[in-house]
Design a protein around this ligand. Structure first.
Ligand SMILES: Cc1ncc(C[n+]2csc(CCOP(=O)(O)OP(=O)(O)O)c2C)c(N)n1
Ligand code: SF4
Ligand SMILES: [Mg+2]
Length: 302
């Protein structure tokens, strides 16, 4: 994994767009410790977006893209919805699937990449809204988990169909009235994290994106477990501020309010036994790496 993959031939450098030159010079490709702390000092893999001002999905994209372990070896699969407006601005390979089909597309893609690149980790990450993941795409979502496909599914849960003006989704909370669902939701929010666990996911987290360090941790864990063991699922609350009547500065507070212990986005995590073993091994290696780096530093300054 290195910048070699995106390097520009010296003769061509001057004629490439400045954004691409910047990407080659300042992106964190190949840096094993890349994470949200690089935001602001390194070239980000998304700098502009076409979401509403202050939409928490934009924060979520920033943190996720900064945390991918190997963006140069990652393919993201999107679906129709507000998220799909962002993908044209993202400097990671991505595919737009037909609404709801994202986990079927990702299954084929992951298998094909494993055959084509048997010696390299190629990470596949699905990123879709709640309507795509739970309502229209539920069959594809579940079947990929049943088959133990080795990729990560991320759902940006804003609890409705935002992109089409506010229709009811299975993940909407009971009683909520949206612009295009005036009667109010008559049944409880579908418990997809629990369904994911029961359908074979090895790492499942339900949380908000208010804390970048937490988002980084769960993204990395989900991708590492998907590489080695099997399907993983992250349900991230990215409130649609437009639909819940908040202004552009209020998205963060809305997430903080919704992650309190009794609220629906209180942190919830499930890790299977093989995934626990893998993550423990990785943590031990990381500890060794840090200790060795510290020792080397001490040796240099002695
Ligand atoms: C096959 C198909 N069915 C329906 C639509 C219309 N459609 C576009 S976006 C959308 C809702 C998206 O909701 P969600 O997945 O929750 O994403 P959000 O916009 O909330 O981020 C729908 C129903 C479509 N584009 N394609
Ligand atoms: S409609 Fe809602 S979810 Fe979509 S970009 Fe605007 S605030 Fe974000
Ligand atoms: Mg939605």
């Amino acid at each position: 994994m290195s910048k070699e993959r995106i390097k520009i031939a010296p003769e061509m450098f001057e004629i490439m767009p400045p954004e691409y030159q910047d990407l080659v010079n300042k992106a964190t490709f190949g840096n094993e410790t890349r994470g949200w702390k690089d935001i602001g000092t390194a070239k980000e893999l998304i700098e502009e977006h076409s979401l509403c001002a202050g939409c928490p999905e934009s924060m979520a994209f920033r943190y996720i893209l900064a945390s991918l372990p190997a963006p140069e070896d990652t393919v993201m699969v999107g679906s129709t919805g507000c998220t799909s407006l962002v993908f044209p601005h993202v400097a990671v390979h991505n595919i737009h699937s037909l609404f709801g089909n994202q986990n079927a597309i990702a299954s084929g893609l992951k298998r094909a990449l494993s055959v084509r690149f048997p010696d390299r980790h190629k990470d596949v990450v699905v990123l879709a809204g709640d309507g795509a993941t739970v309502d229209i795409g539920l069959d594809m979502t579940l079947q990929a988990w049943f088959r133990q496909e080795k990729f990560t599914t991320i759902c940006f849960d804003n609890e409705l169909y935002a992109n089409t003006g506010g229709q009811e989704s299975g993940l909407m909370q009971k009683g909520f009235v949206a612009k295009m669902a005036p009667v109010g939701k008559t049944f409880e929010k579908v418990r997809l994290p629990e369904i994911a666990r029961e359908s074979g996911c090895h790492y499942v987290v339900n949380c908000t994106v208010s804390k970048p360090n937490l988002v980084e941790k769960v993204i990395k864990n989900a991708i590492y477990v998907a590489r080695e063991i099997g399907p993983t699922y992250l349900q991230l609350y990215t409130p649609c501020i437009l639909e819940i009547g908040k202004n552009s500065m209020e998205g963060l507070q809305e997430m903080r309010d919704s992650e309190k212990p009794t609220e629906r986005f209180a942190y919830k995590e499930y890790i299977s036994e093989p995934a626990k073993e893998l993550l423990a091994e990785m943590a031990a290696k990381e500890k060794e790496r840090k200790a060795a780096a510290k020792k080397q530093l001490a040796g240099q300054s002695a």
